[in-house]
Design a protein around this ligand. Sequence first.
Ligand code: NG1
Ligand code: ZN
Length: 533
Amino acid sequence: KLPFQTLKAFSDAHPKPSNRHFQYGTAGFRTLGSTLDSVMFRVGVLAGLRSKRLDGKTIGVMVTASHNPEQDNGVKLVDPRGEMLEASWEGHATVLANAATTDEFLTALDALVKAVKIDVSKPARVVYARDTRSSGPALVAALEDGFKALGIEARDAGVTTTPILHYLVKAINTKGTPESYGEDSEDGYYKKLSGAFKKLVAGKTEPEPLVIDCANGVGAHAAAKLAEYLGNSIPLVLENIATSTPGVLNESCGADYVKTTQRLPPNLVDKLKPGQRACSLDGDADRLMYYYLDERGHFYMLDGDKIAALVAAFIVDLVRLAGLDSEIKVGVVQTAYANGASTKYLSERLPVKCVPTGVKHLHHAAEHYNIGVYFEANGHGTVLFSPTTQEKLAKHEPSTPAQSTALNHLINLTQLINQTVGDALSDMLLVEVVLTHKSYSGVEWNSLYADLPNRLVKVVVSDRNAFRTEDAERRLVSPHGLQTRIDELVRRYGGGRSFVRPSGTEDVVRVYAEASVRSQADGKDYPHVIGTS
Ligand code: NG1
Ligand code: ZN
């Protein structure tokens, strides 16, 4: 029933490189852009099958390698509600991508259709976008061949951010229904966010200008358009916007550079006034890092954990002020990489859950709360309002003007926040709302709690699959005996915590350590221990 002739002709034009193994991991397929032609074509076909399986609902396809080097690229699928691809299909994607020949690919497609009972006569719809990488256009052409081969109705969203693509998927699939997520266009997204932001800061003092490091990526386009819609409600100063200069994407700038080096992008040194708020986006604008310099030029970083603390406390207050604290419970989701001081701060105020690394784990755990706040330390995160909570907010009758104000703020937050996925621009406006309401500068925000000194290093090992974990990746079950040795080391340090886990996106294991004193967190013992076991 599949159009095998057409599929064969197209597939022959996109042969799989024989020496490569591809894996659909936590960030989809991601590797050197020049090796991804066959993967793109096959993902195009797979997106169509996913859509047919879901009765013609629109599936999203995003071509990006986020914060990774410019020569990398990648692709991931977005499910109809704007969420990450369902986990069981990650395996199907990997199987299709690794079929050695066209014949094997067609056999694998046939097997998939039968295994998951796809009615191939159903329509297939996708919406797709890419970031600013120069390998993007050719890879998108391969993807489009996949769409043509299966006769998919495909909508090109052009060059845009990952969170905007997620927004579009949800907006398209809810169009004309009572759950409509907004106009299904990029302008619809800017209108929705800026409209909610203006309502939330109405009557407050206009904030000082905010500097945005756009990582020389697609966030520069989106931030510029968003700035037009925001008008003078918040002055934005855009830096690192060279999206067509080769070699500068994520290079000594962007959210990942700031988080991993714990430094200011060097080219911003002369551009920040003491105390001025600034933030960095990553290459596809789904991660956000805030920071500022003090009078002496000392750098202070406000990462995903600090954002979670700021936002969660604010929402808890609003729920209480609206008189809804007995009905609406707020909770936080973190990973093992959350700074111990943030976990302590948050646990004293609301329920906190720790889950394995990867947005899908955080997102699903956050769905179990009435309002779930989740952020990775690296700046990826969002806030989810459950459907029943949104209904409750819409129907609740406040009994005082103060309750009414708090209720309206909560409703506007549901519009400001991109609930499909972490979104640097939406999160940035959220942070700005809280800072404005609390009259906080970076200094007050930073002093919510003091970060424990920490180190995160990568270690190359011969086989990272030998490292298996439990307890949300906080303890190793293998290699045998290694956890005991880590425990012994950690016991020597006050407030010490350390864990080792295999990366899901790179061929390394990551070693994290924190302690109450910098020199102790920096202890050189850990890589040595791994290297010798
Ligand atoms: P891995 O490589 O599995 O540690 C990294 C990040 C995750 C997440 C994914 C997907 C750290 C320590 N890990 O995962 O948080 O963002 O990439 O991009 O930051
Ligand atoms: Zn990203």
